[in-house]
Ligand binder design. Sequence first.
Ligand code: HEM
Length: 445
Amino acid sequence: MTAANSSLPRATRRIPQDAGLPFFGYLFEFMKDPLAFAQMLERRNGLIVRTPMVGRDSVVMLGPEAAQFVLQDRDENFSSHGGWDYFIGKVFPGSIMATDAPAHRFQRRIMQQAFKKPALTAYIEAMNPRIAEGLDGWEPRPDFPVFQSIKQLTLDLATAIFLGEEIGPDAARMNQAFIDTVDAALAYIRAPIPPFNMWKGMKGRKLLEDYFYSLLPKKRATQTADFFSQFCHATDEDGGRFSDKEVVDHMIFLLMAAHDTTTSTLTTMFYALARHPEWQERLRRDSLDFGKAQLDFDDLEKMESLEWVMKEALRMYPPLTSMPRRTVKDCVFNGYLLKKDTLVGIYPIHTHYMPEYWTQPYQFDPERFSPSRAEHKKHMFQWIPFGGGAHMCLGQHFANLQVKAVMHQILQHYRWSIPEGYEMPYQHVPIAKPKDGLPVRLERI
Ligand code: HEM
């Protein structure tokens, strides 16, 4: 045992092992349904279990205490780079999410400038007329494709708010490039061999890089109210700023982090509100009674029921169902020894359904987040769609702003429903989305 290890609490328990298939482990179960997978592991082994996947040793750690231990990481036991790099390193090199301290602290301090209140106020102002314009183009029909329509809308918003540019005729190619880079994260074949996903992802990445580098001189020379410009000019307290490569790497990661996650959230809210028309009507009434067609920054916190519905959708359908880390040294959690260099998985989706923390977790019940019930406050790490600790989502307030601004306008103009008994087929990884695009009957009101 090394000198550093002598200060560790004593490991008194052995982590149970549940291996699944040779080499693959439970990969297919995980891909199909991470919630059922994590619940199966818990039933058979408890809240911590060693379960190798694709030939890589890994430990699944379940429940809010484990999430807090790993994400808060008070003793600097874990590396985010060591967890994420395998999945996103090739297509999102230099991403802040896969950077560890001390570089992470520097990057985050600069990036935070683009998420302060004056910047957020400017984003929502720029966003509102574009949302109205986008929604104008929605044609009522019995099989309106929610996912594609929301994705198109959030992509249009992203180009305005993130880039401050119209992409024009290249928009479809850029969109495909994004889809390909994200899909590469879970490519079975990790080498860039045509025509497989990693090859497509790296080609997509190159297209995005070329595009961002071509805009960089103009963005450095001017100052506008968009993320790209903010990243070009933001400094930390010591005057440190991003290099060209950092600006481009962060922009590409940010677009992915923002676009797919808010699309996922809006889509699952659509689904939940179609299944629960009483909630759809309640939110519509709130939005109409509010008396303003578009929300300002200061209006956001007044949309209480909308807030609960968003939180409940994020509880039931977290866009990121699990998060990886790797130990950088031996550490002990609840008497279990985690050896240095162990891959660890944290599962928000499992925590979000634990009956110890949530009453009737399978029930859509937004009022569980109301101040009088406040079910989510039993443990700081029981509701973690945005993660926690040093890497906690930087875009949480932005996501809240965008989702509410969009939903508020939709509710005032459209009503939607699904056939009796319809269940949305769902693809959980890498970022949750409906397999059938979620067709709904859309009517104008
Ligand atoms: C509902 C929407 C969103 C969800 C559920 C979500 C979820 C997450 C989660 C779980 C993490 C932490 C990952 C980890 O610790 O391993 C994260 C990180 C991050 N998110 Fe989000 N996100 C959302 C929207 C956004 C938006 C809109 C932006 C930007 C405008 C954004 C930017 C980021 C960034 C920059 C990080 C990395 C932070 C760091 O490593 O310091 N996210 N997000």
